[in-house]
Design a protein. Structure first.
Length: 116
């Protein structure tokens, strides 16, 4: 099992910044991919960004140039730096990990609200 605990969400005005953190614990050996997804009210969960164990990174088009994903292996923590936030970035942000390319784990989510 892998445990993921997100933090750093909150309320921010449009144009502001937040940094999300995801602390990982448990059977973290063998994690291939870690990432962030988000879910807005009434919408499906969607990929925001992910990073592989080989440090390859993928961003959704709607966050390119504004968000940065990073991983601190020494601290077993995943980050998402979010700049130039927009009201449409509002939603619950989830940390996820894929281990051995089979087992998918999710955190409980952290709410991000961007006011206009």
């Amino acid at each position: 099992q892998v445990q993921l605990v997100e933090s750093g969400g909150g309320l921010v005005q449009a144009g502001g910044s937040l940094r999300l953190s995801c602390a990982t614990s448990g059977s973290i050996f063998g994690i291939d991919v870690m990432g962030w997804y988000r879910q807005a009210p009434g919408k499906q969960r969607e990929l925001v960004a992910e990073v592989t164990s080989g440090r390859s990174i993928i961003y959704a088009d709607f966050v390119k140039g504004r968000f940065t994903i990073s991983r601190d292996s020494a601290k077993n923590t995943l980050y998402l730096q979010m700049n130039s936030l927009k009201p449409e970035d509002t939603g619950v942000y989830y940390c996820t990990a894929l281990r051995e390319r089979i087992f998918r784990y999710w955190g409980q989510g952290t709410q991000v609200t961007v006011s206009s």
